[in-house]
Design a protein around this ligand. Sequence first.
Ligand SMILES: Cc1cc2nc3c(=O)[nH]c(=O)nc-3n(C[C@H](O)[C@H](O)[C@H](O)COP(=O)(O)OP(=O)(O)OC[C@H]3O[C@@H](n4cnc5c(N)ncnc54)[C@H](O)[C@@H]3O)c2cc1C
Length: 395
Amino acid sequence: MDSVELDFGPRAAAFQQEARAWLDAHLVGEFAAHRGVGSPTDAEAWDVRLAWDRELAAGGWLGISWPEEYGGRGLGLLEDIVFSYEHARAGAPYRASTNGLDLLGPMLLAVGSPEQKERFLPRILGVRELWAQGFSEPGAGSDLASVRTRAVLDGDEWVIDGQKVWSTMAQAADWIYVLARTDPDSKRHKGLSMLLVPADQPGVEIRPIRNLAGQEEFAEVFFTGARTAADLVVGEVGQGWRTAMATLGIERGATLLPQQLTFEREADNLVAAAKQRSGELDPELRSRIAQAWMSVRIMRTTNLRTVGELLSGRTPGRQASIAKLYASQAHVRLGHVAAELAGPAGQIVEEGYALDIRQRAFLLSLAETIYGGTSQIQRNIIGEQVLGLPREPRP
Ligand SMILES: Cc1cc2nc3c(=O)[nH]c(=O)nc-3n(C[C@H](O)[C@H](O)[C@H](O)COP(=O)(O)OP(=O)(O)OC[C@H]3O[C@@H](n4cnc5c(N)ncnc54)[C@H](O)[C@@H]3O)c2cc1C
């Protein structure tokens, strides 16, 4: 598939060359040995990925569009997208410190206080502090407004009690941004606040959860009288819902094309494996392989359209729901076909051996229809906001 060359236009050409040259010079040794390793939902080679993040930080390749005063380069979204694309194209290890860089950092840039920006942003960019997101709870996932974790002001500190779940790599985090109920009498979206909570303290217990691929990638987080300073609220006290929605709404434009490349490589690998199979392929399986390949191709068009909208300064909004739903479903289909092609042997992983590319596609794609808003929730949004269907009943 002709996936590797994308022309970002004359404005980006020099920057693209600079990025390629830097990646050629630095993606060597241990980093080169870990080409293609890692994804948003796995902890594979964590230490190497973290070391790679620090290499990127030292080279000035993190926070490309962040203001220079916080250690960024002060460039635009185009440069951010170009570097992310070149990074994935070179097969560089998947970045480890994504939560702080892609979610909390932009949230602080948008609504953080000057003190919060000064204190946290340079440490995020320098990969000196790692962050985890504490939104979901056992009774509050799709229905996030049901958050029950509560925080009470005690002098100049918040005291936090409750439980979060599925927090990606919380076990490696120095800080957690926590959506908590600060008004005990409030209901649903009202009376919530976004607190920045240090993870290393007696009141915070983090229990990793093993995922389908056998890795401890996310965790349960228990808060029992945990404490944080009164001024570590992002946005206004009681306005945490608005702050959380801003985070969830942050368009991860720079990650769309890298994700596209990953899926295209998997689709290519699938077709190559099908060609190598001795004997005839079942016609039905052959047709599903072709459909999986086509889905990834269509996804590229959808993703390029979304990136185009972002670069023109528009917020893709509903288009983002359509793209998210399509990409995750397409990846699940591709993963299923890959598993079927491998047959019973595809289910075997020997102790100590890594999963192969098709086993990973099968297992890890299953999470994509859940995180970032489940497929059912995306369909609700599309049904109501794009098609104008009657509203789903709300709890
Ligand atoms: C790999 C991974 C990483 C994650 N990382 C984080 C993280 O770092 N921080 C964090 O806070 N959370 C994280 N999450 C949690 C994620 O946000 C939730 O799993 C997700 O929002 C769904 O919530 P839930 O698991 O409680 O499922 P539920 O909301 O209980 O849903 C169960 C099922 O019911 C369906 N359903 C629910 N409501 C409706 C409705 N109104 N209409 C139709 N169907 C509905 C859902 O689609 C789903 O199929 C992660 C999840 C995964 C899988």
